[in-house]
Unconditional design. Structure first.
Length: 364
């Protein structure tokens, strides 16, 4: 039977800078004979309703970037100036170098690991964005499967008539870009480097640059180097750049996902040996494991929210592959599903359920 709940969707909360996990204890669940998930091999479906938090925070990489102000949120990692990073506890917990590739563990066992992985390359005005990653071992062969980015930050805000930015709006009247400098001189195609009036808002962590073409904005490349007022691109821009051409950065990005929820699913087909990844009922990836054997769950402790390291102190977030966010529901079933009826709640068939956890009664 199912309980019908109304009102606020509750969850198990893993706040930023936490060290926490759920342990599904093998010894406490199996007395003598394996059963359920511990006795299953072959096709399965994993589902989770979750809310990810922002592990990037808004750090200051450029000399003229906005000084970070969000430092007391349980949903967003504290930001800081790069020059003072060593002074911050948050940098000890999860350094700026490790934030942009941080793995957040959803499920961990020897043969199956499921993550959300940050796909960003820097974190000044760029909240974390996530892909689904699955590591699966069949017949002693471990392979990793990655989706494209499926959870992204929001870009654009309404144009303010009285505001100072009169250049960065698009044909819908929304501010998507911010003019920060201008080209200083004429540069013929292809353009590998060029001079600008000011570099105070620029940094070398693959920051994308844009120019305006009518109501559209064209990316000319990403920054690989800055020397004095000369900007070097990672790859040459194919067209010429004229003197006084406005250079734009993306406008303020917001991690709106920290106040929403997502349905993440992973399915495995024993017949076809395929792994398929879903986000909010949409298939985002499919591939085949190279080993033709049959997947089987391990007879061991399983972990949710982190791996089995239980590290504390410096770099513990990276070592533990710590999940930061909210878990609403999680389930494994013994069949492969191709579609899902909804993504606000899980409805696993009782006869097919291998593992089901619900955290809807109260925020914990």
């Amino acid at each position: 039977m199912y309980d019908v709940l109304v009102g606020k969707q509750r969850s198990l909360v893993f706040p930023v800078m936490c060290n926490g996990r759920i342990k599904v204890d093998y010894a406490k669940n199996v007395a003598t004979t394996n059963f359920g998930i511990y006795d299953h091999e072959g096709s399965f479906t994993f589902e989770a309703i979750l809310t990810p938090y922002d592990v990037n925070g808004n750090c200051r990489l450029s000399s003229g970037g906005t000084i970070p102000t969000v430092r007391d949120s349980k949903k967003i990692m504290p930001g800081y100036n790069l020059s003072a990073a060593s002074n911050h506890q948050s940098n000890k917990y999860l350094s700026i170098a490790n934030r942009t590739a941080h793995k957040m563990c959803l499920f961990h066992s020897t043969s199956l690991k499921i993550y959300l992985v940050n796909t960003t390359s820097y974190n000044e005005n760029l909240p974390a964005e996530y892909k689904i990653q699955v590591s699966m071992t069949i017949g002693g062969v471990t392979e990793t499967f990655d989706s494209p980015t499926v959870i992204s930050s929001n870009l654009s805000r309404l144009f303010d008539y009285a505001g100072s930015d009169t250049e960065g709006f698009d044909r819908t009247g929304k501010i998507n870009y911010e003019q920060v400098t201008q080209v200083d001189g004429d540069f013929s195609a292809p353009v590998s480097s060029f001079d600008v009036d000011s570099v105070t808002r620029l940094h070398t962590s693959s920051q994308p640059l844009f120019i305006r073409s009518g109501f559209d904005f064209v990316q000319i490349g990403t920054i690989s180097g800055i020397s004095s007022n000369t900007v070097t691109l990672g790859a040459a821009y194919s067209s010429a750049l004229s003197n006084n051409t406005d250079i734009f950065l993306e406008a303020t990005r917001e991690p709106a996902y920290v106040n929403s929820f997502y349905h993440i699913a992973v399915t495995y087909s024993k017949t076809k040996n395929t792994i398929t990844l879903f986000c909010n009922n949409r298939q985002v990836f499919q591939d085949t494991h190279s080993n033709s054997g049959t997947f089987a769950f391990d007879q061991e402790d399983f972990y949710i929210g982190a791996n089995n390291n239980a590290s504390r102190g410096d770099n513990s977030a990276s070592t533990n592959e710590q999940f930061m966010g909210e878990l609403h529901e999680l389930a494994f079933t013994n069949t492969r599903r191709d579609e899902f009826s909804g993504y606000s709640n899980l409805l696993p068939n009782l006869d097919n359920t291998l593992l089901y956890l619900r955290f809807e009664e109260v925020d914990v």
